[in-house]
Write a protein that binds this ligand. Structure first.
Ligand code: ATP
Ligand SMILES: Nc1nc2c(ncn2[C@@H]2O[C@H](COP(=O)(O)O)[C@@H](O)[C@H]2O)c(=O)[nH]1
Length: 226
């Protein structure tokens, strides 16, 4: 039986986490687990965690660690038989430590994108809140402007994607992300990718994952024959 592969992807707002996560899931057959999707599901289901999370999201804040961890770890327990990519979690050191106590990771992908590029991207980002599907009028526009490709429902722009909200959001991101980046660097599993275009970053991520996944599978085959 081949060993399972587990990875996380991190990056500031607008860095392409969601975009690249979809490509990884499609190319490598990994389950794409999005913390934002889990939050939206809980909000829609009006669970205790969802109701609490909504109060923070409406203020453009991160959901508190204990709420996020309580919401996310049980979902990972349902995934023990799958290889997965976790998008949007961890965002803080406390979350990284909680995840570390629950499972081992093979790779932590870190997207390092220039501020001006993030600003440009988020000005043109439109989302379909119920599904979390993401569009960009310059990069991947919807078939019909303002409408979700799948449901035809309206797309919105997030308040905190506005340029004036972004600087504070990015400063906060850097403050909370640095300990997480250092945590995975110390574990020897951090891989950072810097560029202004997802289409240039993608081949490098694809090569890394191809190498890592085939190495894990060949090690598993060796182990099973000894
Ligand atoms: N790991 C997490 N810890 C705390 N809050 C989270 C976490 N993941 C998601 N959230 C909350 O849920 C909201 C929606 O998450 P999602 O990833 O879909 O959007 P986002 O963070 O705005 O994405 P992006 O980083 O691309 O801007 C976030 O703005 C945040 O408030
Ligand atoms: N102009 C470009 N836009 C891009 C690129 N990669 C992603 N995007 C768009 O930016 C936002 C943020 O992406 P997310 O995956 O972090 O939500 C979103 O609207 C994407 O469609 C790119 O290389 N160039």
């Amino acid at each position: 039986m081949s060993k399972l592969f587990r990875a996380v992807i991190m990056g500031p707002p607008g860095s392409g986490k969601g975009t690249i996560s979809e490509r990884i899931a499609h190319s490598f057959g990994l389950k794409h687990l999005s913390s934002g999707d889990f939050v939206r599901e809980n909000i829609a289901a009006k669970t205790e965690a969802g109701v609490l999370a909504k109060t923070y999201i409406k203020k453009g804040l991160l959901v508190p660690d204990h709420v996020m961890t309580r919401l996310l770890l049980p979902r990972l327990e349902e995934m023990t038989k799958y290889s997965w990519l976790l998008d949007g979690f961890p965002r803080t050191l406390a979350q990284a430590e909680a995840l570390n106590s629950a499972c081992d990771l093979d790779v932590a992908i870190n997207l390092n994108i220039p501020l001006e590029t993030l600003k440009e991207r988020l000005q043109h980002r439109w989302i379909h809140p119920p599904s979390g599907r993401v569009y960009n009028m310059c990069f991947n526009p919807p078939h019909v402007q303002g409408k979700d490709d799948i449901t035809g429902e309206p797309l919105i722009q997030q308040e905190d994607d506005r340029p004036e909200a972004l600087v504070a959001r990015l400063r906060h991101y850097k403050d909370v992300a640095k300990p997480v980046i250092d945590f995975y660097k110390a574990k020897g599993i951090l891989y950072t990718f810097s560029d202004t275009e997802t289409d240039r970053i993608w081949p490098n991520i694809s090569t890394l994952l191809s190498t890592k996944i085939s190495t894990i599978q060949s090690d598993a085959r060796c182990a099973s024959t000894h």
